[in-house]
Design a protein around this ligand. Structure first.
Ligand code: URA
Length: 263
């Protein structure tokens, strides 16, 4: 490979890591793990995250016993199941309007979120606030949570087993809030909730039925937009689709709250 090309690649990796650190906080790049044996790889691959486990997700009794968000939060505070292998993290339960019509679900807390105990408060969160403002909502109108309620080490993707352990708590949280729309922010959230390995490009742009009661849609994660501003256009289309659906179903005819193409 030509030296220029090597420099270009190294510089873009540096830029990428700098942005990841700004968004998610400091992390170390771990040594590569030895390649797993075939069977081991199957045990943790996205493909079979659901194979054996949907029943235990439905049956988990403890979160189901919560009759309010406060009760659920108290259960989550005590739950070791929700922890990742990063010691000493804070619970990041969720924030916003407990009776919201729209619930946004991200991936997992980063450093800022862990420190403040609130989802999406770092750079990605600031962009999420702007996205909400573009369709005339603010954080207090909607509810915001994550698939995981604790920060993973080194800001790695949540592991399949961490996602499965968290889901009964998240499902209960969704049922207690009872939103009409769920917006998955990014691939991890979308693939986890839709129980699929389909890529973003086929998941975006439509509503998916979800657990009978909810309209679920998928859009890009704000951190991905910081890395890839070209995806903002598609995100804007997604947000207009959400706002139109909201206005149609709530009978909102106030033109101030609608969105047009002129931004
Ligand atoms: N990214 C997420 O997915 N969630 C947060 O809360 C912050 C960053």
């Amino acid at each position: 490979m030509a030296e220029d090309e090597q420099h270009r690649i190294i510089n873009s990796i540096r830029e990428y890591l700098k942005l990841e650190q700004e968004v998610y906080g400091p992390f170390q790049v771990p040594e590569p793990a030895p390649a797993p044996q075939k069977e081991e790889a199957m045990a943790v691959s996205d493909e079979n995250i659901w194979a054996e486990s949907s029943e235990s997700v439905q049956d988990a009794a403890e979160p189901l016993s919560a009759n309010s968000l406060d009760e659920l939060r108290a259960i989550c505070e005590k739950s070791d199941e929700l922890r990742t292998d990063l010691a000493g993290t804070n619970l990041v339960f969720g924030t916003g309007n407990p009776g919201a019509d729209i619930m946004f679900i991200g991936e997992a807390p980063g450093a800022q979120e862990d420190k403040q105990g609130e989802p999406f408060v770092g750079r990605a969160g600031q962009l999420l606030n702007k996205i909400l403002a573009a369709i005339h909502f603010n954080r207090e109108d909607v509810y915001i949570a994550n698939i995981l309620k604790h920060r993973p080490p080194n800001n790695r993707d949540p592991l399949p087993e961490e996602r499965l352990r968290s889901l009964p708590y998240l499902y209960r949280q969704i049922d207690l809030i009872d939103p009409r729309w769920i917006v998955c922010l990014g691939r991890v959230s979308a693939q986890t909730l839709l129980e699929t390995t389909e890529p973003m490009k086929t998941l975006r742009g439509r509503f998916h039925p979800f657990r009978n009661n909810f309209e679920l849609m998928v859009t890009f994660h704000p951190a991905a937009l910081l890395r890839n501003p070209a995806w903002k256009r598609d995100t804007w289309e997604d947000m207009k689709m959400l706002r139109r659906s909201y206005d149609e179903l709530t009978g909102n005819r106030d033109s101030q709250s609608g969105v047009s193409d002129a931004r």
